[in-house]
Design a binder for this molecule. Structure first.
Ligand code: PGA
Length: 271
């Protein structure tokens, strides 16, 4: 069997994503949400690419769908992955407004965010729909970035662990250990997103380690040790290094600070 250039590149990236020392190479992804027109997006990545050349972590940007093609053209040949903010589970059909994994893959997307709290909060996503999206992303041989996190009410009510436990188990239903090995999880406390209220490193580390224990219980210790867990929620250049130094924090999912090339690059360089 002959592999295509794309398949060889995908295998090389999978190997490169496992750092021999820690076993987990940090991954920093910028989630641009509903910001930047295609022209603005092109300018932002043009500025970003040279700034992150020296970074050792894995890096991705997730622009809105209409920006993907322009951004892909600029990222070609760079180390920055093209990511998408969501994807539908059906491959085609009468689903107005949805986007399939094949469409994203065709544009050069490698990672897809699923289950972001804004999708859960404003667009009715449930653990079941998040799970269906994650499965579709994996079936297309793309990497899901599966987000979980509690609201302020839930944290104050003492149910952080119960919520995160439900979201992780619900999001991973039916996924094999090999699939989970290669995916990325993101812990994003809803109260820290876009609020400037970052979780303390102790709060973040505690939940990350809790998530890793769930993976060990659901799968095995090797899978728990392999899966990367990003932290998200008001990550900025001045708090990134401290967060990323925690033993169970393997990168960051960055919103606001990803919209400025210098800030996002500083976060990438802090890993
Ligand atoms: P923020 O967003 O960095 O602006 O808090 C993070 C996210 O929603 O992924």
């Amino acid at each position: 069997m002959r592999l295509t250039d794309n398949e060889i590149e995908a295998i090389a990236q999978k190997i490169a994503s496992k750092s021999p020392s820690s076993g987990r190479r940090p991954i920093v992804v910028g989630n641009w949400k509903l910001h930047k027109t295609p022209t603005e997006a092109a300018n932002l990545v043009r500025e970003l690419v040279p700034l992150v050349e020296g970074a050792t972590c894995e890096i991705g940007v997730a622009p809105a769908y209409p920006c993907l093609e322009r951004v892909a053209g600029i990222l070609a040949g760079s180390k920055v992955h093209l990511c998408a903010q969501n994807a539908y589970w059906e491959s085609s059909g009468a689903f107005t407004g949805e986007v399939s994994t094949a469409m994203l893959k065709d544009l050069g997307v490698s990672h897809v965010i699923v289950g972001h709290s804004e999708r859960r909060q404003f667009f009715g996503e449930t653990d079941e729909t998040v799970n269906r999206r994650a499965k579709a992303v994996l079936a297309a041989d793309l990497t899901p970035i599966l987000c979980v996190g509690e609201s302020l009410e839930e944290r104050d009510g003492g149910s952080t662990q119960a919520v995160v436990d439900r979201q992780i188990r619900g999001g991973l239903v039916g996924l094999t250990e090999l699939q989970v090995d290669d995916m990325v999880l993101a812990y994003e406390p809803v109260w820290a997103i876009g609020t400037g209220k970052v979780a303390t490193v102790e709060q973040a580390q505690e939940v990350h380690s809790f998530i890793r224990n769930i993976i060990a219980e659901l799968y095995n210790p090797q899978t728990a040790a392999a899966v990367r867990i990003q932290y998200g929620g008001s990550v900025k250049p001045d708090n990134a290094a401290q967060l990323l130094a925690q033993s169970d924090i393997d990168g960051a999912l960055v919103g606001g600070a990803a919209l400025k090339a210098a800030d996002f690059a500083a976060i990438c360089l802090a890993t």
